[in-house]
Ligand binder design. Structure first.
Ligand code: NAD
Length: 321
């Protein structure tokens, strides 16, 4: 069995590697070669923690396993990340545990890769301005992966606490891309692509603030009740998602559906765009919205990739279980 500790992940796998792994698993899901098992998420009644499992199997690259972990709100006081996770991979032929992989950075990288893949397939080819809403831990990963798409000449940022925007500014400036702190009105009026990555429970971005042709990647809403954009904006957009069931139950689309503004069958499974079964954007005026809810298969895809990289480079630590 191979062990890859959290501290090794950043040196082993790049955002580009994660992009490839996540793009591939989107297509595998759409071909029904890969499926996610039902998610378990429980409040454990200790340390105010939420704990659970995301799991699945991808027959195309034989990724079988689960991500175990959750949210411990008091971890920051202990000098630890509040979100904690570990990925367990199993040999699909024998059921033996193949690897244990630190899951914290991989979660950040796969979430960033998912929005970057959505930008590749759904943003207008002439997109130049990226708008970022949210400036927490996850936001710099989303920005880095989006800038790898080589479309953007300027980044606009908004956060409820403006001081936090300095971390996004640093990422943009490192790449010689101008960064401006702006109002939501200006962000919506000028951005061609908008990434939302907040833990908001009320709409931040309003329908009137977004112009035709925008691509939105809504990445923060992964729980019942969370919301980043107005429900009418979701209803006005063509909505794509990683998994339709999650989009309806815990994703950004939950509100538009609950308010009767759109039907579940209007949501497109994004993997169909990746494997060419759906044309994606159909006009320069269309608003496209990727509702990124986060699925276990994405975790397994990047964890499998990091295990392969560790083996190839001869740095995998092996032990008997
Ligand atoms: P974080 O706590 O580091 O940052 C939270 C961000 O949300 C900050 O910018 C904060 O200012 C902003 N925010 C909080 N409350 C707000 C409000 N009421 N209105 C406007 N902005 C508000 O969290 P993070 O690690 O950056 O994660 C951000 C979100 O992304 C979380 O909700 C997390 O659950 C979600 N997430 C989703 C996935 C996925 O796969 N879709 C993966 C990882 C994280």
């Amino acid at each position: 069995m191979i062990i890859i500790p959290e501290r090794e992940i950043a040196g082993l796998i790049s955002a580009a590697d994660c992009f490839v792994a996540v793009e591939r698993v989107f297509a595998s899901m759409a071909r029904r070669s890969a499926y996610n098992f039902p998610v378990v998420r429980e409040s454990i009644g200790h340390a105010s923690a939420l704990y659970g499992f995301k799991s699945g199997f991808d027959r195309e690259n034989l990724s079988l396993g689960l991500k175990a972990g959750g949210f411990w709100p008091d971890n920051a006081e202990k000098g630890l990340t509040n979100h904690q996770s570990t990925v367990f991979l199993f040999d699909a032929d024998t059921g033996r545990c193949r690897a244990i992989v630190g899951g914290n950075m991989l979660t950040a990288l796969r979430t960033a890769a998912a929005s970057a893949v959505s930008i590749k397939y759904l943003a207008r080819a002439d997109a130049k301005v990226l708008g970022m809403i949210g400036a927490g831990h996850q936001s710099t990963f989303q920005l880095e992966a989006a800038l790898d798409q080589k479309l953007f000449e300027k980044v606009l940022g908004w956060n409820i606490e403006p001081n936090a925007l300095s971390r996004l500014e640093a990422v943009a400036l490192k790449r010689n891309i101008p960064f401006e702190r702006v109002s939501l009105d200006r962000l919506g009026a000028e951005a061609d692509v908008i990434i939302t990555i907040t833990s908001s429970f009320a709409p931040i971005l309003k329908t009137v603030q977004v112009r035709p042709g925008t691509h939105l990647a809504c990445m923060g809403t992964d729980t019942k009740g969370k919301q980043e954009v107005e429900a009418s904006l979701v209803a006005a957009a063509t909505v794509f998602t990683d998994e339709i069931g999650q989009s309806i139950a815990i994703g950004e689309a939950q509100h538009a559906i609950n308010e009767g503004l759109m039907e579940a069958d209007e949501i497109v499974e994004f993997g169909n765009v990746v494997c060419g079964n759906h044309r994606g954007r159909t006009s320069a005026d269309e608003i496209t919205l990727y509702d990124g809810t986060g699925v276990g298969l994405q975790d397994l895809a990047v964890a499998s990739a990091v295990v392969e990289l560790a083996i190839t480079r001869g740095v995998a630590t092996e032990m008997d279980l």
